[in-house]
Design a protein around this ligand. Sequence first.
Ligand SMILES: [Zn+2]
Length: 240
Amino acid sequence: MDSSTDYEALAALAELDGRKRNLDALAASLPEQTDERERQLVAHREECEALERRAEEGQRERRRLEAAVEDKTQQLNKYREQLDVVKTNKEYQSLLHEIEITKRAVSETEDKLLELLDSLERSQQDLAVRGRELETAETDFARANDDDRRRLEEVEVELLEVEAKRRRWFEKLSPPARGEYERLNEHYPGEAFTYAADGVCQGCFVNIPAKVVAELRAGGCVYRCESCGRLLLRVVEEHE
Ligand SMILES: [Zn+2]
């Protein structure tokens, strides 16, 4: 366990275990990233669809208002023609009253129409902007997914390499060191090793004697944490 071969193999295993942890985490996060990207894209598509629906509703409302203005304008013309043919003053006054009401209705509908046209223009602009952004997002999405797929394949190859190296170094360990490493790996999967920082074991955060820290700092020795049992080979200084 204290032989220099064991130290060399343990140091290599500590480094390889760390790489394996990072690669495993990356392999797990890549599909999550893809899913998150997809959720964002779906939300973007739905937003554009909602904008389109709103624009269509707006166009229907515009046609309805235009027809109403036309109807009322025709009605107004009819009333005006009738002014020439009514016989009594009462009928005349009543027509004038109808004309007044209809004129007001026409003007109110025209105001509504103008407001609607304004808002339609704004929503058309929104739709154009968000639509262009969606096109870019779709392209980016496909590219990012391709990149992630490639990266995942690379990570899988790297993991195989790391695994092969781990096996080779493991076989170089003396039988007691091998047994210890195996027991630790069973207990702390992938985390048989840790390091010292700020004078504490980073596996369990229990203090490490200053003498040990100094020895670890000098290098070439392995310390078994008295509290958690993990193996420590190095000290990570604060500025690292
Ligand atoms: Zn510990």
